[in-house]
Design a protein around this ligand. Structure first.
Ligand SMILES: CC(C)(COP(=O)(O)OP(=O)(O)OC[C@H]1O[C@@H](n2cnc3c(N)ncnc32)[C@H](O)[C@@H]1OP(=O)(O)O)[C@@H](O)C(=O)NCCC(=O)NCCS
Length: 275
């Protein structure tokens, strides 16, 4: 099936399948997808932040993540990207930052690190996603963010495998903390997750922020040199992998033909969002 790219008359593949109940769509892209025109897809706040980022690598990740998040969210809602209003409300201070809040019934999380960008989307199931480039870590950081049994398990790994082990722990914990909206306002050291080689699972969460609903944890394939994890609140999900790079490239193609970069790729099926 194909869908017309609105405003261009071009045929584009239907790149944004409708979300199904219990599904989590994972859209992967790269900092290399950061065409300067992606800035036009961001909202005012996103553009202002992009303009403040002086380091090209940080700016590329920001542009790619925000553009991809807005394109897939708008497509699910059958909206033009420019019409999409997304908020964030900080769980700590109530300020306009923190976990992104797309319109109902969608839930959204994104992460970027190194070269990778990932955007995760569900219907009604809160999620948190984290991707990290594997890199050496400071022992002081490990002492601060790992629980005692995690530090002990990391110490049993061969030295060459410890950066990957540490990052595996980190992505699992950050995904969990993002799924509840706490982020790093809650110390990752209060969470205890399974050892890097074991199936991902939250074993315990100490302190007052402990959520009442069960959390589900998944390791994701982030490609060479990167690790990633996803956490969901209250229900497991079926993961599907999607090509965010092609989606963003189709946006450029649409812009090249029309001079505009404001229309989303039209989904082909009606969105019913049944529960
Ligand atoms: C966001 C955070 C979890 C770490 O992220 P990171 O590894 O640097 O970056 P990632 O790429 O994985 O994720 C960033 C995205 O997470 C999301 N995010 C931010 N805060 C979040 C939260 N509390 N819960 C869930 N998601 C959050 C945003 O979409 C953010 O994207 P943006 O920076 O482009 O706006 C961490 O920086 C954090 O928790 N910061 C806020 C700490 C806080 O709450 N302080 C109190 C403020 S009053």
């Amino acid at each position: 099936m194909t869908a017309g790219v609105a405003g261009t008359g071009l045929a584009a593949p239907a790149l944004v399948p409708p979300l199904r109940p219990g599904q989590c769509q994972l859209w992967w892209a790269s900092a290399r997808d950061a065409h300067p025109r992606l800035r036009e897809l961001l909202d005012e706040g996103g553009r202002a932040r992009a303009d403040r980022l002086r380091k090209p690598a940080a700016r590329a990740l920001h542009l790619t993540a925000h553009a991809l998040a807005r394109v897939v969210t708008a497509a699910q809602l059958q909206l033009q990207t420019s019409m999409l209003r997304m908020q964030a409300v900080c769980k700590q201070c109530g300020g306009p930052h923190g976990k992104p809040q797309p319109p109902e019934p969608l839930r959204l999380s994104w992460s970027h690190s190194g070269e990778r960008v990932v955007v995760a989307l569900t219907l009604r199931i809160d999620i948190g996603v984290d991707v990290e480039r594997v890199a050496p870590y400071e022992q002081e950081t490990a002492d601060r963010v790992l629980a005692a049994p995690e530090r002990a398990a990391l110490a049993t790994l061969p030295e060459a495998g410890r950066p990957e082990g540490f990052v595996r722990y980190w992505t699992r914990k950050e995904a969990l903390l993002k799924s509840t909206g706490d982020g790093l306002a809650v110390s990752p050291g209060l969470l205890h997750v399974t050892a890097p080689a074991a199936a991902p699972r939250l074993l315990s969460w100490s302190g007052p922020a402990r959520p009442s609903l069960p959390l589900h944890l998944y390791d994701l394939d982030a490609g060479p040199g990167h690790l990633a994890a996803l956490a969901t609140v209250g229900a497991p999900v079926r993961l599907t992998r999607h090509d965010g790079s092609s989606l963003l490239a189709a946006q450029h193609a649409s812009a090249d033909a029309s001079g505009l970069l404001t229309d989303p790729i039209r989904p082909t099926a009606e969105r019913s969002f049944a529960s």
